[in-house]
Design a protein around this ligand. Structure first.
Ligand code: NAD
Length: 289
């Protein structure tokens, strides 16, 4: 099947992941329409992409073209208007990890996007079949679980929902190839492969700190030095965002009704205190903002 190339792609949600996807798109010669709720959020996203493009340009990594960051930024339309997605034929949805919020977004996308447009849900844990049920095109909805930071990660976990068609999967693969990425395709159950395991690991590591078994630094050291992991579970939690970890655990808990997904009270307390990890400047560790 001859796949047409993607030129302009919709990106919903301009947080950690949406910013990474939009940056990756323009670095790879595409244009992006980036939608979020307010102008201040979009302004922050613009600054984050500008900074990241500058750093990428310095190191020429991840397919960075070496083009002027301002020129690349001009290929992103920052908007609060969903109607601007009317002309795109592929959307990556990266809104906050809450079913109630995503449940409102998909009917809006369904209303404004053309009938052939594919919706790729970048979710940590929510069932793709459930998200597809909020549209009239469940065959054109798939999961696209990008890794963070998006421009630097070459592999994506792609999820086949109950109704996802082979053609949609092929278009998803073609889209990822244009981004310089490969896909591992898995079937749909909440958390998929990666986060059904990872969320439990991060949560249990938080229980360890809460129970006073070890400090965060020592927990992470054991995973790095003894197991050869690049990052420990608490560093990983900070990178993902502790609020996103909490929402993902809640989604897994409600999907499976299994107490193994119960969140550590320390996680709830840190999120309530505004300690969301890297993006807020503090989680288990402190970061310059
Ligand atoms: P985030 O909290 O950093 O950003 C979410 C963004 O969604 C916010 O800017 C928020 O304003 C926006 N939003 C909320 N409601 C919206 C709406 N109705 N329309 C448009 N935008 C809306 O979250 P994130 O870390 O970027 O995660 C986004 C998605 O990607 C989540 O589903 C998450 O589980 C998934 N994910 C996250 C990671 C990670 O490492 N952070 C990795 C893979 C997948």
């Amino acid at each position: 099947m001859q796949m047409k190339t993607f030129k302009t792609v919709g990106v919903v949600g301009a947080g950690v992941m949406g910013v990474g996807v939009a940056q990756n798109l323009v670095e790879r010669g595409m244009r992006a329409v980036l939608v979020d709720l307010s102008e201040p959020i979009l302004a922050k996203a613009r600054d984050a992409i500008r900074n990241s493009l500058r750093v990428a340009g310095m190191f020429r990594r991840g397919g960075a073209s070496g083009a002027d960051p301002e020129q690349l930024l001009a290929h992103i339309e920052f908007t609060t208007d969903y109607a601007r997605l009317g002309a795109v034929d592929f959307v990556v949805e990266n809104a906050v990890e809450k079913l109630a919020i995503k449940a409102e977004i998909y009917p809006r996308l369904d209303a404004v996007c053309g009938p052939d447009c594919i919706f790729a849900a970048n979710t940590s844990a929510i069932s793709i079949t459930k998200l597809a049920s909020f549209t009239k095109r469940p065959d054109r909805v798939l999961g696209m679980h990008f890794m963070n930071p998006v421009p630097m990660k070459a592999m994506v976990e792609v999820i086949r929902g109950h109704h996802t068609s082979e053609e949609s999967l092929a278009r998803g693969r073609a889209f990822l190839a244009q981004l310089g990425k490969e896909a591992v395709i898995v079937n749909d159950l909440p958390g998929f492969v990666s986060n059904r395991v990872l969320m439990l690991t991060v949560n249990e590591a938080i229980w360890l700190v809460q129970d006073g078994v070890a400090t965060a630094a020592d927990v992470d050291k054991i995973f790095r030095s003894c197991f050869g992991h690049k990052m420990g579970p608490l560093e990983t939690g900070d990178l993902i965002g502790l609020d996103t970890i909490l929402h993902s655990l809640d989604e897994l808990f409600s999907a499976y009704g299994d107490p193994k997904f119960r969140r550590a009270p320390l996680l709830q307390r840190m999120v309530d205190a505004g300690l969301h990890g890297r993006k807020s400047g503090e989680g288990f560790y402190k970061y310059p903002v």
